[in-house]
Design a binder for this molecule. Sequence first.
Ligand code: GAR
Length: 207
Amino acid sequence: MGSSKKLSIAVLGSGKGSNFQSIADAIEAGTLNAEVVCVISDVEDAYILERAKKLGVPAHYISAAPFKTKLAGNAEQKYIETIKEAGTEIIALAGFMRIIKPDLLEAFSGRIINIHPSLLPSFPGLAGWTQALEHGSKVAGCTVHYVDAEMDAGPIIVQEAVPVLDDDTAETLHARIQVKEHVAYPEALQLIATDAIEILGRRVVKK
Ligand code: GAR
């Protein structure tokens, strides 16, 4: 992962893929020294797969059945094979709504990152923006972090904050957070691509 070689990224997502798009846009703009080597979704008609096809990135639908919230058994092995075959260095979870189990974690130990729509450790789990609104937080945001065995708990690489406004709905707050996500995710990936950070205990610091 030197500063001249492109970082090979596999993006996993279950939804519309705006974070994948921001990564692709940053690569195109030259601010992220990387290549997306594959996009994988557990949702057959997820728009993230359409975006990948439009950009000429190999796009795979891999069912996670029979489970609803996790990857396990055969499905997990198929994910590992596909990700390895693509020549992946880093897995970027971008709205991938499944818990990553030990086999995949071990196959890519220290090389899986996630974007979460809250200022962790506040509001892990589903719809972090709705949790912030319902709690009455005045500040919300997003977190890019390494993935470990605990959900939404690994070392934090980048965080960005946004205000919560009095007239916010879940939709307006999520939209404001997503604007920051689209900056934070390429920024975190570029830190990894340039080998600029290291993990000291729970802290991610510049080398
Ligand atoms: C993003 O807001 C991301 O933070 C969130 O899903 C959205 C995906 O948007 N992820 C989670 O909630 C993970 N627990 P996208 O498909 O447009 O990138």
